[in-house]
Write a protein that binds this ligand. Structure first.
Ligand SMILES: [Mg+2]
Length: 249
């Protein structure tokens, strides 16, 4: 956290025209070998005493808040605020338990090098837009050693709708740079059609990666302006982030 604040202060006094680069987590920056999904089943069973049918909801690109509500509805439950709170308190413990049992999370190819390049560029601000609740996001990123690189972050318990989560991250960034500059562009990098749709909904430029759930055709149909196999083509991705903006600036 300290490093994030230091980075924010340094960036806020930097150049006036800045570009925000928002990243999804699962399937984009990291993979957890199913631990994230199965943690839902484990925490759900601990709180409600029944195993939910995880196959009845699509996890990829979902938000934790929305997934919880859908799983509860599928199980015929109407959880109140106390049960919801209990579930989201259990979820990070379940995730940590399953990650430990399965050998941890793994940064996807190119993640570290690309984030290093973005952090080193004074005109680019890296951020997070994720369906994970903040505790689970931190666990997954720390497991890969990449939790220090983000300027802003919005998470899955802030809202059930990914576009609203993206809007919150953008708002954070706007208020952080407000006195010293403006955001001339916002990119949203993700592995699902839901990421691309959320990006479009908030006026961001969607960039797809094939390291997660959806294929090129689906990502492009959902609005991706570029699709990369993963984050390893560092120079090509940096060229897009630094390059001319769609619509001509
Ligand atoms: Mg994802």
């Amino acid at each position: 956290m300290k490093k994030t604040i230091e980075t924010a202060a340094r960036r806020a006094s930097g150049p006036k025209r800045l570009r925000l680069v928002l990243f999804d987590i699962d399937g984009t920056l990291v993979k957890t070998h199913g631990a994230g999904r199965d943690a839902f089943g484990l925490a759900f069973a601990e709180v409600f005493g029944i195993r939910p049918d995880l196959d009845r909801v699509r996890f990829a690109g979902g938000t934790d808040f929305d997934l919880f509500r859908r799983l509860a509805a599928e199980a015929g439950l109407r959880p109140g605020p106390a049960e919801e709170r209990a579930f989201f308190e259990r979820l990070p413990h379940a995730l940590q338990h399953l990650l430990a049992a399965r050998g941890g999370a793994e940064a996807l190819p190119g993640t570290q090098i690309l984030l290093d390049a973005i952090v080193a560029d004074p005109e680019l601000l890296p951020g997070l837009v994720t369906g994970n609740i903040a505790e689970c996001a931190r666990i997954k990123l720390e497991a890969c050693g990449i939790n220090h690189s983000f300027f802003v972050g919005a998470f899955g318990r802030m809202h059930a709708d990914r576009a609203c989560i993206a809007a919150m991250a953008i708002e954070q960034a706007r208020s952080l740079v407000a006195d010293n500059g403006e955001l001339e562009a916002i990119f949203l990098v993700g592995d699902t059609v839901r990421d691309m749709a959320a990006g479009k909904a908030v006026g961001a430029i969607p960039i797809g990666v094939l390291s997660g759930a959806d294929d090129t055709e689906a990502l492009q149909a959902a609005g991706a302006v570029q699709v990369f196999r993963d984050l390893s083509p560092t120079q090509e991705i940096m060229a897009v982030l630094r390059g001319a903006l769609p619509g001509g600036n």
